[in-house]
Design a protein around this ligand. Structure first.
Ligand code: CIR
Length: 377
């Protein structure tokens, strides 16, 4: 056995142990030792790297990260089982992209939004924190888990060239802040901490054991940064779990404002940067199979004092699950709820759902959730 084969065997043993210790680890659950054994050596090496996070962290719920956009095709037989179980897809997977809300007029009518506006004041809400993001990767680079330090800096430079064009744009003009030592856009620790506190920049990823095992947080802080528009309502993260996280946020009441801005922003970023990685079957390619398809997360911060009266989000989660909504704390996944019962709500679906349907699902889900909150008095 070569050293690589020995190292691979260590990971395979971890996967086989995880199969028993955590039946919810989808990577381990669907790992087939015969499928692995029959792969040529180079593909075995690639697959081990893809599975490493869930092998080293048996508590993973999913446990895999793609390292190259074509991993989803090369290892399709395996990925497909994991993807279909996670995204609850029966039958054939075929993702369709559609940001056009006017194609959802019937749905809009049924929700009382005949004018095409998903206006939260109709649900009795006042100014609300609204946020929509998409995960995107450039097709010309390996995915973050497989990038070298040089790849990371080169990818950031590709984006800096795009951002220079964006800076001159009347809608998206702003500034770029880099963490890369020696970059002309480099900021100091104090500025970085301020941006993190303002929820503009992402935290040091080396604290995330799943991303560490996958190699996604490697070479921190090289190739990491963020672009922020002058109004601070359009942000692009560079070098996090995906090459890009493009997001629009606003405190307001009309969901279309953030949705439409993000739709336009993602088109402009792709035009100025490089082709985004896409799969015929799975739509936009992301590192984590949980984000495949739209790569979209649309969320609202909403106060649920009755459902969270016991200080936990358990009741809110129980109400939200059948509505297809996920509940998070205000600082992201696995963070506590706000002191006044404020939680972050977003539709759970990402794959085999159109972008325009996600934003409608958010509005409709919130409508039902507010009714449940009233009934919980
Ligand atoms: C797990 O499998 O539990 C971790 N790798 C995290 C999965 C959630 N995905 C994500 O945050 N993009």
């Amino acid at each position: 056995m070569t050293d690589i084969q020995k190292a691979n065997q260590v990971v395979i043993n971890q996967i086989l142990a995880a199969k028993i210790s955590n039946p919810d680890n989808l990577m381990a659950k669907h790992f087939d030792a015969n499928y692995y054994r029959d792969l040529p050596q180079d593909l075995q090496n690639r697959l081990v790297k893809i599975c490493k996070s869930g092998a080293e962290n048996p508590d993973s719920g999913l446990g895999m990260y793609a390292m190259s956009p074509d991993d989803y095709d090369v290892f399709n037989e395996y990925f497909e089982k994991v993807i279909k179980e996670y995204h609850k897809i029966k039958g054939k997977v075929h993702h369709v992209t559609n940001w056009d809300l006017s194609t959802k007029q019937e749905k809009l009518n049924s929700m009382g939004c005949e004018d095409g506006k998903l206006d939260l004041t109709r649900l009795g809400l006042k100014n609300t924190s609204m946020r929509v993001r998409v995960g995107r990767n450039l097709s010309s680079f390996p995915l973050p888990g497989a990038m070298t330090k040089e790849d990371r800096v080169k990818m950031e430079n590709t984006m800096i060239n795009a951002f220079k064009k964006l800076m001159a744009d009347p809608t998206f003009g702003g500034n770029y802040y880099s963490l890369t030592p020696g970059s002309p856009f480099q900021i100091n620790d104090e500025e970085y901490n301020r941006l993190v506190k303002e929820h503009i920049m992402f935290k040091d990823m080396s604290d995330d054991k799943y991303l560490n095992s996958a190699g996604i947080s490697s070479n921190w802080p090289y190739g990491r940064g963020c672009y922020v528009s002058a109004d601070k309502e359009f942000i692009v993260w560079v070098g996090e779990e995906d090459h890009l996280r493009i997001m629009c946020m606003k405190t307001g009441t009309v969901l279309n404002e953030v949705f439409d801005r993000l739709k336009n922003a993602s088109v402009v970023v792709e035009k100025y940067a490089d082709k985004f990685a896409k799969s015929k079957k799975y739509g936009f390619v992301t590192s984590c199979p949980t984000n495949l398809g739209t790569g979209m997360r649309a969320s609202l911060h909403i106060k649920l004092p009755n459902l969270t009266a016991d200080g936990s989000d358990a009741k809110a989660k129980a109400v939200c699950k059948p509505l297809g909504l996920s509940v998070r704390g205000l600082g992201g996944e696995h963070t506590p709820i706000g002191a006044d019962g404020t939680v972050d709500i977003s539709p759970s679906a990402r794959l085999m759902i159109e972008e325009a349907s996600i934003i409608c699902s958010l509005y409709e889900g919130i409508k039902r959730l507010l009714a449940a909150e009233q009934a919980a008095i």
